[in-house]
Design a protein around this ligand. Sequence first.
Ligand code: UDP
Length: 435
Amino acid sequence: MRTKIDIPGPLGQPVYRHWWGSQLTPLARLLTVVLPRLFDWLFSLLLIGLLAPLLIVRGFISQWQSGQVFTRTSLLGRYQTPFQKLAFAGKGKGRRLAVLFNILRGDMAFAGPRPLSKEEAAQVPVDALVRFSIRPGLTSPHQLQQRVAIAHEAESVTDKEFVYSETLKGDAGLIARSAISNILGGGAPKPSPPTLKFFGISMINTTMDEAINWIVTQTRCAEKSHLAFVNPDCLNIAYTHTEYSDVLRKATRVLPDGIGIHVGCRMLGVSLRANVNGTDLFPRLCEKVVEQNLSLFLLGAKPGIADAVAANMQKRYSGLQIVGTQHGYFSPDEEASIIQKINASGANILLVAFGAPKQDIWINSHLADLKPAVSMGVGGLFDFYSGQISRAPLWMREIGMEWIWRLIQEPGRLWRRYVIGNPLFLFRVWKQGRQ
Ligand code: UDP
């Protein structure tokens, strides 16, 4: 519905605008331009009305503290038109409420890409300039995903997708999810140390891109690497399972997986850079494996599952080399021949999906005999990518509720892990925090 035309912005870059002329039908214009603005205008007016006493008191406090009601930050709005973003001057809570006046005035919207400074705008890639065709917003999908540590794409990419798929209903959902995620990840920013420690197990606090580059680098090392992902359930197991916790301590790298780790980090006063879970990592790894001419071996899950994953991923990533598969229900007698099969395949990276703690204990005990440079334990990953189990929709992941989705799908097997495990994990983190 949105046609792009090039017009130069104040920074000399081409800016894409909506086509206002005959190309946008009256109905399309009503749905994509008029209604969202009307919604923002009415909703901000309503909030200003409801909060009026608070806003007036806040204004007086600001005036009294610093001699002015508002501070203004110069940012770029729609079509890169400069505007002054308002905040209440002085110290204390509620400073950011002044942005409601920006929304009422039409400088900003509730939902939209983050308003950028001139310097930041100059960094936006040309193919993502469409982000300037709508009003900047108080919340965007990227900011929302950042709050729960699942923002694995570049901001410009997420913003672009948002512009092309924006609807009034989508905006309302985004605003609601942002309000909820504020509880999980809002508040003042916390320090983000290079490693995170839970119950004596150290994890690397990193980003998705860095984790994938690390795997590629390790495939070129003589030393073999064991990569493990841990979620709260794994940490609960390791709490009492000495062999497993020793294996995790010995692993080359442990990565944090799941919203529970994010919540645990906040309880300890630190922030998780990214929820680097295997499920989000896998498709990105496949892309990299093609680019770097590497190969994978898939070991684990029920018969037929790993083959289905290989077929699906090879369809998605042409040229992807999956040089062998093997199900995960074999007897100890078959083990030697399976290791031989893996080694003969010439794979650089071995994915082992037996679930925790079995997969990591298995990798640890066979690491010396395995030829692939990197072996990683990936849990139920193959079941997802074979289409056996469906992944929670993005909106559920954005409010940290993927575990509820999994619980509904397999309540018999998973209720103990989540209903008892999650509170137990948080209790143990709380205890660690007190020590
Ligand atoms: N599995 C296996 N061999 C076994 C036990 C389990 O291959 O002896 C597989 C199982 O079929 C499933 C995965 O291991 O695909 C474990 O999935 P789960 O959902 O428990 O993993 P997580 O929740 O740890 O990601």
